[in-house]
Design a protein around this ligand. Structure first.
Ligand code: NDP
Ligand code: 8X3
Length: 252
């Protein structure tokens, strides 16, 4: 039977790159995001490139009712997914803790932590029914270390790290694998979003070194997803060669 993957935040960056790689490996896809036109673009591109079917679901992971209703609107046959990639997420703002805004903090916590929980709580029963499956949570190096002005984003990704460990413990008896992926600096729309759409500032983030590409991360996720049934890659920290930790990047 054909395999399928549910990927949140597949309208750009790491999520869109995962859609591409899983489709290239014959997975049918369910892709989600808030920008419906981007979702349709990804679907069109993938379906014209690979013999797979792509279902799009447009919702904001922060909206619990909408998330649950949208995911549950799938027919039972499409709920037989093999892998959930909890990728939707963002950072907003770079400021010391006393200067951050409540609004930015809410966006990060509501998306990265509560959004991931909204999706997971809805999908885990589908995997339990199968007594098999794989959840890949996209954490970050920001979930392993804390860096200046990263405060709430780092806290949200530390929460993802903890949830990956917790899910692994609670779901192991159901044969469900859980993988935490913790990338360093990846050039996507991430910095544009974090820096409120300022393209010049966002470009500066990646000047003088080769950052990871979305495809580098997606290939790592595919490696984890394609291991034999008895192998679970629990946690992967993946960095650009020029980055040693959250604050040490060599720029030329
Ligand atoms: P992008 O901004 O390119 O992609 C983020 C994706 O998340 C988009 O598809 C966006 O879709 C989706 N998204 C954001 N907010 C919501 C929401 N409220 N509801 C639904 N979907 C949402 O960034 P990346 O690809 O880099 O980010 C993907 C993940 O990787 C994030 O969790 C990020 O924290 C993590 N990460 C990124 C790193 C980096 O350096 N880039 C490093 C480490 C981790 P839409 O706007 O259409 O809703
Ligand atoms: C994104 C990577 O270093 O900006 O999670 O926190 S970093």
């Amino acid at each position: 039977m054909k395999k399928s993957a549910l990927i949140t935040g597949a309208t750009s960056g790491i999520g869109a790159a995962c859609a591409q790689i899983f489709a290239a490996n014959q997975y049918d896809l369910i892709i989600t995001g808030r920008r419906s036109e981007k979702l349709e673009e990804v679907k069109k591109h993938i379906e014209s490139s690979y013999p797979v079917h792509v279902t799009t679901l447009c919702f904001d992971v922060r909206n619990r009712e909408e998330t649950i209703a949208s995911l549950n609107s799938l027919p039972d046959t499409k709920k037989n997914i093999d892998i959930l990639i909890n990728n939707a997420g963002l950072a907003v703002g770079v400021s010391p803790i006393d200067e951050g805004s409540f609004e930015d903090w809410d966006r990060m916590i509501d998306t990265n932590v509560k959004g991931l929980l909204n999706v997971s709580k809805t999908v885990i029963p589908w995997l339990k029914n199968q007594e098999a499956g794989h959840i890949v949570n996209i954490g970050s190096i920001a979930g392993k270390e804390v860096y200046p002005n990263g405060n709430v984003y780092c806290a949200s990704k530390h929460a993802v790290d903890a949830l990956s460990q917790a899910m692994r413990i609670d779901l192991v008896k159901h044969g469900i694998k859980v993988t935490n992926i913790a990338p360093g600096m990846v050039e996507t729309e991430f910095s544009l979003v974090r820096l409120y759409g300022d393209e010049n500032k966002a470009d500066q983030v990646y000047v003088g070194f080769d950052p990871l590409t979305a495809n580098d991360v997606a290939e790592t996720i595919w490696f984890c997803a394609s291991r034999p049934a008895h192998v679970n890659i629990a946690d992967v920290l993946i960095l650009p060669t020029a980055q040693a930790n959250a604050v040490t990047v060599v720029r030329k």
